[in-house]
Write a protein that binds this ligand. Structure first.
Ligand SMILES: NC(=O)N[C@@H](CC(=O)O)C(=O)O
Ligand SMILES: [Zn+2]
Ligand SMILES: [Zn+2]
Length: 347
């Protein structure tokens, strides 16, 4: 069609994704595989993926769940615990399928109770990671009860991140799903070994979306949405052309009834149309020309993997996000449910 606005670019990858397992995974995996060539798959299952043997088995379950005709490469991670050994890191590295290790401070987020209680307990593993170049992916929030939930990321920088990088200056660290100006500035000021992922919800929304005119549980994720000044700083980082900032949806599916609940779970389901959501955020910033490198180049470069060669096309087209989609035997409410979208990925 003449005059139709399209955007063709290298197929993207998702550098932070929750796929869950079994029937739940089978429901969400096609959404990711339709858009992304590869994804860094988070290990916060119950029980968590703490060993290479478990990661290899989880990878096989993912590949088996992939619908016929779809191509997708899951990049596996290990869940760091107080007892992860240097030996386990060596096995992970040698496997060729484990690409990173994830730090969840104990109690910080969904399925993090097996997480790290004191970072010093993990130094043998971290030293081996520093030696072999295995990235540490960090959920960067402190968990102390005296710290306000809106300050937990900023406080994490001074209390955990800075001491960690002082002790292990060669460690590769990805500050995952950053939500504050503080984190964006911190990452920008560090050497190239330190990078960050950015989610669509933190680029598109501030905390008003979650709290004004009624409490909207489908906008609740961790780290929690912050005020507008932070969102603006994140958009600036994502669209700056700085290779330290790349795409990681943090798509985190939870069944509808567990989010629409007196004690609702944390996590936004963005995989349904993640690349379209990012396109909207980049378009609003007048930076669509920066989307390809953010979505398809910088993450691969950071992880030392080849860039994808296949192309995808986004079309400017209005469509409506479904109110919910299937999730095993449950329902799952995607971000933007029932609302208009302005971009569509061509199939
Ligand atoms: N982001 C979230 O709010 N939730 C994630 C965990 C995480 O990434 O912190 C989940 O697994 O549900
Ligand atoms: Zn997290
Ligand atoms: Zn996550």
């Amino acid at each position: 069609m003449p005059g139709m606005k399209t955007l063709t670019f290298t197929r993207p990858d998702d550098w932070h994704l929750h796929l869950r397992d079994e029937a739940l995974m089978r429901s969400v995996l096609p959404d990711t595989a339709r858009q992304f060539a590869r994804a860094i798959v988070m290990p916060n299952l119950r029980p968590p993926v703490t060993t290479t043997v478990q990661a290899v088995a989880y990878r096989e379950r993912i590949l088996k769940a992939l619908p016929k005709g779809m191509k997708f490469e899951p990049l596996m991670t290990l869940y760091l615990t107080d007892i992860t050994s240097a030996e386990e890191i060596k096995k992970a590295k040698a496997s060729g399928v484990v690409h990173a290790v994830k730090l969840y401070p104990a109690g910080a987020t969904t399925n993090s109770d097996a997480g790290v209680t004191d970072l010093r307990k993990t130094y043998a593993a971290l030293e081996e990671m520093q030696r072999c170049g295995m990235p540490l992916l960090v959920h960067g929030e402190v968990t102390s009860t005296d710290i306000d939930i809106f300050d937990r990321e900023a406080v994490f920088i001074e209390r955990v991140m800075q001491p960690l990088l002082k002790d292990l200056p060669g460690l590769r660290v990805v500050f995952e799903h950053i939500t504050t100006k503080d984190a964006a500035q911190f990452v920008a000021s560090t050497p190239d070994t330190i990078a960050a992922t950015l989610t669509p919800q933190h680029l598109l929304y501030n905390r008003n979306a979650m709290l004004v005119g009624g409490i909207r549980p489908h906008f609740y994720c961790l780290p929690i949405l912050k005020r507008e000044t932070h969102r603006e700083a994140l958009v600036k980082a994502a669209t700056s052309g700085n290779k330290k900032f790349f795409l990681g949806t943090d798509s985190a599916p939870h069944a509808q009834h567990t989010k629409e609940n007196a004690c609702g779970c944390a996590g936004c389901y963005t995989a349904h149309s993640a690349i379209e959501l990012y396109a909207e955020a980049f378009e609003a910033a007048g930076a669509l020309d920066k989307l390809e490198a953010f979505a398809s180049f910088y993450g691969a470069d950071y992880y030392g993997l080849p860039r994808n060669t296949e192309k995808v096309t986004l079309r400017k087209e209005e469509w409506q996000m479904p109110a919910s989609v299937g999730f095993g035997e449950h329902r799952l409410v995607p971000l933007r449910a029932g609302e208009k979208m302005g971009w569509k990925l061509s199939s």
